[in-house]
Design a protein around this ligand. Sequence first.
Ligand code: SF4
Length: 427
Amino acid sequence: MKEDFLHYIWQHQYFDKTALATTDGEPLQVLRVGFYNTDAGPDFKEAILRLGEVEWSGSVEVHLKASDWHRHQHQHDLKYDQVVLHVVWQADQPVLRTDGSTVPVVELQGRVDLGMIHTYEQLQQSKNEIPCAPFWPSVPEVNKALMLERALVERLEEKGEEVLQAYRSYGNDWEQATYHTLLRGFGFKINQPAFEQLAKSLPFHVVRRHQHNLPQLEALLLGQAGFLADAEDAYAQQLQREYTFLQHKYKLQPMPRHQWNFLRMRPANFPTVRLAQLAGLLHQHQSLFTKLQEAGAVKKYEQLFQAPVSDYWLKHYMFGRESKGISRGLGKSSAQNLVINVAVPILAAYASHNSDRTLLDKAINLLEQVREASNKYTRQYEALGWQANSAADNQAALGLYKRYCHPVNCMRCAIGNQIMKKNKAAL
Ligand code: SF4
């Protein structure tokens, strides 16, 4: 057993309260269990209890053994002086606050339903990739849907937080945070570290000053990425001359070319092509953050990301190498990828920054419009009978798996709560 089980038992008060008393024999009545605290300090805050004739309000700390209080050094920690009740599985020793006063203890061992303990252990010891797989069919669809929606919202908040970090690090500038997020997105996993490096080494204020001039923008991006060092044709030489001028003007240090990955990649995805597409996008949309707020339906976002590239990149994948087929710029699935990994996190960040739920709903709505193939996470839930229909479902499954199922965090999951409740004998 781990503490998460006791947190769950306390939070839902799933224990026998007959003649409930502290280990000192003081009758105990729980008036409010308190709010679960995920930050430092006691596990539940603002609980209200009646001990004997006296009403107490304060925190509740939960441990498997009472002696864990001392093992965790709470007797020296002022944050734990507000604890009015120590909830334990086994009361093996009295515990003290920093001033030497005794903390009232209640022992739950013998008061918890055996069916619940057994179900908890089944979940914890499961060898299934989704630990609750054997129970899954017994959970009502509405509970699964609600939990997946919660997992989706939490995932978007997490992705939004990454954008917010960029926003703060760039002095609370949304356009710079968008530039940073856009470049990350253009890495499409394989070249993400290189694109991030590029975002750091090529300041946005420099890009902004040359956004109106596509050749200069290409020179900045491709030169800074290290692709103009050996100019291989007349166009590359023209960009190199531009870049040399701008490099000196802004004291830029180009990246080593070896940071870019071309291996096992279709030419249409080469980083040179991506940089040309990025230049086209930055050239066409000079206030991208504002445009992302206004774009509307998913098609508009796709069109926004599919900005035209310069004539040279309609026929080339690399400098000096003309392609047989004609490149059409960013493909639909890449544009959708940018909707998922750039537009949605930016909307989620702005929603969180402004505490605006309608903006978050807009981000969710966008994801629901993107038809996306199942991924390896989604397929695990699909094997249990659930069906994913959109990028929103894929993101929800990913969030559920990473935050809950993989770490077997079933006690904080609404599906796990249903399973526990169903397997509880009447108290
Ligand atoms: S976290 Fe929830 S969905 Fe995942 S295995 Fe546990 S109970 Fe099932």
